[in-house]
Design a protein around this ligand. Structure first.
Ligand code: ADP
Length: 208
């Protein structure tokens, strides 16, 4: 059983790698960003509360995301392990998480800022199922391969908001790298290669 955290700047490929690893290991991928976007689409109370933070690239208040994760980890599909993608993002979140979960490994995905901006500004998502694409790899034009929906840009993928998210990452989330290092749980993976190359390194980090 493995309880895995993915750390790393926006655009490093946390979501993509977590999705692949979830399939490989048969454990759920829990993405707080995805849960928040779904809540926003559905207009729930949490969604309405989160909207202005997400759209400006700021972090949603700790207590909101902690409650989401605490609840989600109680679902039966988490009994044999899970992967957290995008959580924790602050030292406070990590301290709270430690009170209700035992983390086995934290994988840090590393990527330079200029590559991050290129990746995120070319990212398109399906507004219906949440699948992500990059404009340089589209096979069907700007429509989703799963459901034919027209792809859109995430409102927080504009260049100004991306820069803000990178600043927020440096200030609030990067301290988690030493947090997990000090606890002997950190494994770093350089993510400048292709999705497949990076995944091979992620697997090595998890198994090693
Ligand atoms: P990315 O990693 O590309 O920035 P995510 O989908 O993980 O994208 O997150 C999108 C947004 O959702 C964040 O910019 C933030 O506003 C909010 N969010 C997601 N996870 C958290 C979290 N753990 N704490 C606070 N805010 C979060």
């Amino acid at each position: 059983m493995s309880n895995i955290i993915f750390l790393g700047p926006p655009g490093a490929g946390k979501g993509t790698q977590a999705q692949l690893l979830a399939k490989e290991l048969g454990i759920p991928q829990i993405s707080t960003g995805e849960i928040l976007r779904k809540a926003m689409r559905e207009g729930t109370k949490t969604g309405l509360e989160a909207k202005r933070y997400v759209e400006s690239g700021a972090l949603v208040p700790d207590d909101v995301v902690i409650a989401i994760v605490r609840e989600r980890l109680q679902e039966p599909d988490c009994a044999n392990g899970y992967m957290l993608d995008g959580f924790p993002r602050t030292v406070y979140q990590a301290d709270e998480l430690a009170k209700f979960a035992k983390i086995d490994v934290a994988i840090e995905l590393q990527l330079a800022d200029d590559i991050i901006i290129e990746r995120l500004s070319g990212r398109r998502i399906c507004p219906k199922c949440g699948a992500t694409y990059h404009i340089s790899h589209l096979k069907n034009g700007e429509v989703c391969e799963n459901d034919g929906e027209k792809l859109v840009q995430r409102p927080d993928d504009s260049e100004a908001t991306i820069r803000n998210r990178l600043r927020v990452y440096q200030d609030q989330t990067a301290p988690l790298i030493s947090y997990y290092k000090e606890r002997g749980l950190l494994k770093a993976v350089n993510c400048e290669g292709t999705v497949e190359q990076n995944f091979a390194k992620v697997l090595e980090a998890v198994n090693g």
